[in-house]
Ligand binder design. Structure first.
Ligand code: CMC
Length: 405
């Protein structure tokens, strides 16, 4: 594969250097790193005011409409859409990667019933790292080797774990299927329909990449010590698991299930917002001031699935939640709109997934984005090491342990 790194030009380096000096000299605090640029990147652009998301120059709406997840992963990693030959070669590389080492399957099988599937995925990826004798190389070829492996191994772990928890045997991959198709088959144990595979593919495209989000930043930051890819990805999975990030899609379905009907939505939203720090999952975003473009596409997908299946309950409840939140947030002068996790919950439900699998599906897709960022990070690394403004005490006198009261 082609070299991928974003090489900082001398002019940019001077600018970054100046900015760095200013930050290091000052006591300014950017809580949650809001508004801080940690580096340059050529992978993804987000315009939060206009609701625009671009992967390597291509609008997300066009990619969701016209590209497969494999094409998008190739694009993110290489900076250009593949030719037919390049895509075939990439798929040939991906095909064997769904096969998990027996040791990893044994570890997954040994996890107690009720283990969080994201904890299982984190454990599985960590085990893959321990089993890889060449895990530590951070040169371009080795990072690519591991990234390509993980594209199949991550969905394979998610699918195998779900089946093991249900007392079922993991299913062997079908080399003729796409990542979306194989994932559906390995979870459900039956040949996926073309329609379901296409919806899955769209969901994977939409979740593939999103700039310096929490898990991607954590992955890049972890890699910046020049530790191995598995450690960086394991850190990213741990971050994605949280309810303020990828865990929100699970939270959305948990809320919808607990509400149970369209009539109960308003009371739920008002009750949640009435609590100190109350958050309605699937709403709000650090970057978007308007509706997340991914949520707009997923809303459409959710509506179509509801119409086709005749089961509109989850979509109708989601619509009502959007309506009440819109009213309540506007009344408070806040710009809090649905994010990617909101309508993905009803989409995954209608595809037949258990809610515990929703956040792992996010990881099945985001592994492509995390890897794109790791290629960039390793290619032009600088250790990430921000500071904290110390507010604790100073000048205390040490008292020997026997004299402490
Ligand atoms: N429900 C109710 N109020 C909200 C919500 C929400 N979901 N999101 C933001 N607000 C309010 C918040 O109360 C705050 O009000 P105030 O200024 O009066 O304190 C204001 O909007 C700004 O919120 P913030 O928490 O300061 O914004 P942030 O940029 O730090 O947080 C967020 C962004 C995503 C953590 C937050 O919107 C949130 O907690 N959302 C719910 C969890 C969620 O859906 N996460 C998925 C994020 S997008 C996909 C992903 O990354 O996985």
């Amino acid at each position: 594969m082609a070299a991928l790194g974003s090489h900082v030009t001398p002019v940019t380096a001077v600018r970054l250097g100046k900015m760095r000096d200013q930050l290091e000299a000052g006591m300014d605090i950017y809580r949650g790193l809001a508004g801080v640029n940690v580096d340059t990147s050529k992978i993804c652009s987000i315009d939060g005011e206009r609701g625009e998301l671009i992967y390597r120059g291509y609008d997300i709406r066009e990619l969701a409409d016209r590209a497969s997840f494999e094409e998008v992963a190739y694009l993110l990693w290489n900076g250009a859409l593949p030719t037919r030959e390049q895509l075939d070669a990439f798929q040939d590389q991906l095909r064997p990667t769904f096969q998990l080492p027996g040791e990893v399957l044994e570890i997954l099988a040994a996890l107690p019933k009720g283990t969080n599937p994201m904890a299982a995925l984190r454990t599985g990826v960590s085990a893959l790292g321990a089993l890889d004798p060449h895990a530590d190389g951070t040169d371009e070829a080795n990072v690519h080797r591991i990234g390509t492996q993980l594209m199949g191994q991550v969905p394979a772990i998610v699918a195998a774990f779900q089946r093991l928890q249900a007392g079922q045997q993991p299913i062997a991959p079908d080399p003729n299927l796409s990542i979306a198709g194989n994932f559906l088959r390995m979870v459900n144990g039956e040949e996926p329909s073309e329609a379901a595979t296409r919806v899955m593919d769209v969901a994977l495209v939409l979740h593939a990449e999103h700039g310096s989000n929490a898990s991607t930043f954590v992955s890049r930051s972890t890699a910046s010590s020049l530790t191995d890819v598995y450690s960086a990805i394991t850190a990213g999975i741990g971050s994605l698991k949280g309810p303020l990030h990828g865990g929100a899609n699970f939270g959305v379905m948990q809320a919808l299930e607990s509400i149970g009907s369209v009539e109960g939505v308003e009371a739920y939203v008002l009750d949640t917002l009435g609590k100190e720090g109350g958050r309605v999952m699937g709403f709000g975003h650090r970057v978007y001031r308007v509706m997340d473009p991914r949520a707009i596409i997923l809303k459409d997908v959710s509506q179509k699935l509801a119409e086709e299946s005749g089961d509109s309950k989850w979509f109708e409840m989601s619509l009502e939640m959007e309506r009440v939140m819109e009213r309540e947030m506007s009344a408070k002068g806040k710009q809090v709109a649905p994010n990617v996790d909101f309508f993905s919950a009803s989409v995954y439900r209608m595809l037949g997934f258990e809610k515990e699998t929703y956040t792992p599906i996010f990881a099945v897709s985001r592994i492509s984005g995390w890897m794109a960022h790791l290629y960039e990070q390793y290619a032009d690394n600088r250790l990430m090491r921000p500071r904290l403004v110390y507010e604790g005490e100073k000048g205390k006198t040490f008292t020997p342990i026997d004299q402490r009261g």
